[in-house]
Design a protein around this ligand. Sequence first.
Ligand SMILES: Cc1cc2nc3c(=O)[nH]c(=O)nc-3n(C[C@H](O)[C@H](O)[C@H](O)COP(=O)(O)OP(=O)(O)OC[C@H]3O[C@@H](n4cnc5c(N)ncnc54)[C@H](O)[C@@H]3O)c2cc1C
Length: 772
Amino acid sequence: MNLTLNEDQIMIRDMAERFLADASDSPAVRRAMDSDSGHDAAVWQQIGNELGWCGVAIDEDHGGLGLGVSTLALIQEQAGRRLLCAPFFATVCVAAPLIDAIATMEARAQWLPQIASGEQTFAVTLAGDLSGERLNAVRAGDGWQLSGRLDQVVDGGSADQLLVFAQVGEGDSDIGLFILPRASQGVSARALNTWDQARRMAEVTVDNAAATRIDDPARLIEGLHRAMSLARIYLAAEQLGAAQQCLDMTLEYTATRKQFGRVIAGFQAVKHRCAQMMIRIEALRSAVQGTAAMAMSDAAPVRLALEAAMLRARAVDTAFYCAQEAIQLHGGVGFTWEYDPHLYFKRAQAAQHWLGAADRLIDGVGQVLSQAPAALLTDNADDTAENAAFRAEVAQWMRAHLTGRFASLQFRGGPGDEEVDPALRKEWERELASGGWTCVGWPQEAGGRGLSIQQQVIYFEEYARAGGPGRMGHIGEGLLGPALIRFGSKAQKQQFLPDIVAGKTFWAQGYSEPGAGSDLANVQTRAEQQADGRWVVNGQKIWTSLAHESDWIFVLARCEPGSKGHKGLIFLLMPLNQPGIEIRPIKQIGGGSEFNEVFFDGAIAQAEHVVGEPGDGWKVAMGLLEAERGVSTLGQQMHFAHELALVINAAKASGRINDPGICSRIAQAWSGLRVMRYNALRMLSSAEAGLGREALMYKYFWSNWHRDLGELAMDVLGAQAAVISDDPAIRPLQQLFFFSRSDTIYAGTNEIQLNLISERGLGMPREARPKA
Ligand SMILES: Cc1cc2nc3c(=O)[nH]c(=O)nc-3n(C[C@H](O)[C@H](O)[C@H](O)COP(=O)(O)OP(=O)(O)OC[C@H]3O[C@@H](n4cnc5c(N)ncnc54)[C@H](O)[C@@H]3O)c2cc1C
C-alpha cells in the first residue's frame, strides 16, 4: 500500500483547490444557501462538463476516468473545505457507488455514463447503512410501484432522479434498489428548513409512483457493504476538508487579532489548541487515504466496512472538534452569522447522523474486536502478492530462529522490561544480523537492507507478531546510524556502521542534562580541544537510556566557551569504557533502572570522532532527533497490536469486555492503531530527505495513543492492576501502563511537540527563547 500521492493526484487536488477557492468562496456559498435550488447551476455545469469530476472514480468502460477512490476522496476533501453547494456528494459519492456495486449490468451501462458526464443528478437518503430508510414496493404488471415517505433526502427537492431502497418482501433483507424520476406522478418533495442550508434536504412522499428496479439481487448484500464503505470514505474526506478549513480560518484570524498588545496566535494556549486541531486533521487524513487505498485493494468487503466505520467515527469527531475550536478561538465574532465558523459547526453537527451514528459504529467494531480480534489485528488484508511473499519470508525466518536458547526472549525486553537478559538479547542482535535483519531501512551501501517504508512496516509487524524481543541495538540502528549516514565522514561510517549492523556495538544517547531537558540547547557539558587534537569532556548527562549496557555514547557538548544556545556545540562519539566516565543507575517508576546519570571527568574523545564541524553540533543533533521522532519507533509501534491483543484478552478474562464503555475504547484503540500504520506509510516514505510538515504530529500521536492504551489496560484489569504481578497476562500490561508515561516525555515532551507543530507546522509565532 503506497500512500504517497502521485503527480496526477496532486495536480487534480490542487486544481480542485484553486477552482473551489474561487467558485465556492464564502459569498458564493451564502448566495447558494439563500437561493431556491440551493445550488449554483453554472458551477455544477463546470464541474460536470469541463472538469470531469463526476466521472473520476467511475471506470472507463462506463464513461469515467477510472482514477479510483483515492482521487475522488481528494476532490471531495476540497468540496468539504469549501462547503460546495452542488449535487456532487449525493450523485457522485453515494449514488454512483451504489449503482456500481449493486445494479445489474444493464442498469450500470445506462446510468453510470450519465453520472460521469454530469447529465443526471440523484437524490439519496443517508440513514443508517443507506438502506435504513425504505419505501414499500409492489409489483405493477412488469414493473414496480413505490409508496411511502422518506424523512430526509439529500437534494430531494432538486435532483433529476431518486435512488431509493424499498421493501420488496416480508423479510428484513428483502429489499431492492430503485430509480424513479423526481418529477414522476405521485412524488412530492417538501424542502426542510435545516440549520445546514449548504446541503439541502427534503421530505419526499411517494404515492404509487412507477419505478425501475435496478439491483442484481446476487450483488445486493456485498454491494451494499461496499457502497456504504465508499460513501463513508467520501463523507470522511468531506469532513476532513471542513476540519482543515476551520483550522485555516482560525490561523488567519489569530494571526491578526491582537490582545494584550500582541497577536493572539502568540499565546501558547492558542497555539496548542491549533496544534491539537492539526494532529486530529493529519490523523484523519492518514485514515482517509489508508482506507481509500484499502478500498482499491482486494481486501474483503467486511474488513473494509469495519475500517470505514471507524474512519467515519474519527471524521465525525475531528470535524466537530475543529469547528467548535474555530468558534472558540474566534471569540465573539465566532458567534456571529457574518463569520464562517458556524457554517462548519452546523455541517459538523448535521453530519453526525449521516451514514450511521458514530457511537453505534464504534460499538459494532468493538463487538467484532471482542469476539474475533485476530481478524482485525493482522495487517495483511491489503497485501500485494509481492508483500505477502515478503511477509512470509520474515515470518518463516523468525519461526526458525526465535527458538532454542532464544525462545525465552519471546515477547520480552520491550519498554519497561529492558532488564531481561541483556547478554542474550545482544546475542539475539547478532543472530538477526546473520540473517540480514538489522538496520533493514538503511541504504544498502551503508550495510542495510534498503527496505521501503512499506516493507519495513511488514518486517516490524512480523517481528512483533513472532514475539521478537525488545531491540538492544535500537539507539545505534535508529538514531546514531541514520545521523552518521547523513552527517558522518567516510572514515566514521567505515568505523562505526558495520559494527552496528553486525550487532556488535551498542550505543547510548548523551543529550539531556540536569539543566538541559526541553531546552536542549542549554547543554553545559564542556569539550575542550587539546594540542594533539583530542577533546577533553567534563560535565554530566542524565536520563541516559541503557548507558550501563552500551559501548559508546554520542554526546552533545559545548566547545566554544561563552557560547549560548544552539551555537558553539559539538557532536562527539565517545567510548564509555574509559577513565573519566562514571555511570550511575536511576531507579524508574516501574522499579527498573533503564536510564542513568553519566558523569564526565576529563573523559576523552578522539579528534576524528567529531560528527560535522565543531561548533555546528546542533545541526547533527537535530537531524538525529528527526529520526528519533520519526522512523526509529516504527518497530515499537508495530508491537502495539500485540499489546492491544493482550488488553482484549485481559478484558475477556475479567469480564469487562461486556462493558460497552470498555468495548468502545477498545474499538477506538484499534482505530488509532490503523492511523499509526497509515501515518507511517504516508509520512515516513521520504524520511531520508527530512520529515515533512505533517510528520510533526507523528510522535505526539503514537505516544499519546500508547499512554491511553496503558490506562485502558488498567481499567480492564480493575483492582488486580494495583497488585504487582508476574502473570504473563498481567505483568506486560502493568509495564505498559507505567512505561508509557515516559513516551510523552522522551524525544520531546508533549508540550514541546505542540510548540513544534504550531510553530513549524502551522507557522505560528515562536516561543520566546534566550538570545544565543
Ligand atoms: C524513559 C526516558 C528515557 C530517556 N532517555 C534519554 C536518553 O537516552 N538520552 C537523553 O539524552 N535523554 C533521555 N531522556 C530525557 C528526555 O529527553 C527529557 O526528559 C525530556 O527532553 C524533557 O526534559 P526534562 O526532563 O528536563 O523536563 P523539562 O524540560 O524540565 O520539562 C518539565 C515540564 O515542563 C514543560 N515545558 C518545558 N518547556 C516548555 C515550554 N517551552 N513550553 C511548554 N511547556 C514546557 C515540559 O513539557 C514538561 O511537562 C529520557 C527520558 C525518559 C523519561
